[in-house]
Design a protein around this ligand. Structure first.
Ligand code: FE2
Ligand code: FE2
Length: 274
């Protein structure tokens, strides 16, 4: 099973550039073209939050149009820039968004890898939280199938990255309690996250947390304690999580953009398609 993870799309109102400079809608279009062009097409796509920048209906309508060419199921999750009700209203046929009446937390059961999405959104804030209610729901869902390989997904990663301004708006509440739950379920193959606009990994409570880069702009890699908030136009990318039960969950970082090649090692010509 091949899972594509796109994250931090940040579609902006009227397709305007985000922060005055980043053509995020164009970047998401490029990500969609990239997914459609993959030699082995992903079975599903998961978007781990910050789908749009201001949580408006206009932005979700633009996102909807841009994602429409994708033939495989797409699962949406909220980030700190999203708005739950507007997201649900913009994608009425995405029934899983309503699995829980309050939070956008859901379980997808129909694949070899069980998928559990958590909602870390605090309306009006950049940081995230997992309150007792959200964590109790997770514990309950994990307890239903403790032996089945599972991937947990959330927008705000539950650890401090060393990028100071991002840590100040990280998962400020509930990370420790999440860790205590995760530690009890060795069937959790992975926790995937977004929010950081960079690829970052850590061993955490018996599993691996992997963070995917943004489809658009990246956060500047500055590990000084007083590093200023800044973004950088490093190559956009997505993650491909390849679940093979006999191997495990193998994650590849796939760069989005026009690069020379691929060329065959033998013969020197282009790699044949199809
Ligand atoms: Fe973001
Ligand atoms: Fe975020």
């Amino acid at each position: 099973m091949l899972i594509a993870q796109i994250t931090d799309l940040h579609i902006f109102r009227d397709r305007k550039p985000a922060y005055g400079t980043i053509d995020t809608a164009r970047f998401v279009e490029q990500a969609v073209a990239h997914l459609l062009d993959m030699p082995r097409r992903p079975d599903i796509v998961i978007a781990t939050g910050d789908l749009v920048d201001e949580g408006s209906a206009n932005e979700y309508a633009i996102l909807r149009d841009i994602l429409a060419p994708l033939p495989m199921p797409v699962y949406l999750m909220p980030g700190n820039h999203d708005a739950r009700d507007t997201l649900r209203a913009g994608f009425p046929e995405h029934g899983y968004l309503r699995q829980h009446p309050e939070w956008i937390q859901y379980v997808i059961e129909e694949y070899p890898l069980r998928l559990i999405a958590l909602d870390t959104l605090v309306p009006g804030s950049g940081h995230g939280e997992l309150c007792e209610g959200r964590l109790a729901w997770l514990d309950e869902k994990l307890a239903e199938q403790p032996d089945r390989p599972t991937m947990v997904m959330l927008h705000h990663p539950p650890f401090k990255t060393g990028i100071a301004h991002m840590d100040r708006m990280g998962l400020l509440s509930g990370a420790e309690n999440l860790g205590a739950i995760v530690a009890r379920y060795p069937n959790i193959e992975r926790i995937i996250a977004g929010h950081l606009h960079r690829p970052i990994q850590i061993r955490w409570n018996g599993t691996l947390v992997s963070v995917a880069p943004s489809t658009g702009h990246q956060i500047n890699l500055d590990l000084r304690a007083d590093g200023p908030p800044a973004f950088i136009m490093e190559p956009p990318a997505l993650h491909l999580h390849d679940w093979r039960p006999d191997v495990g969950l193998v994650t590849h970082q796939s760069y989005i953009g026009d690069y020379a090649g691929p060329y065959l090692f033998k013969g020197g010509g282009p790699v044949p398609k199809g």
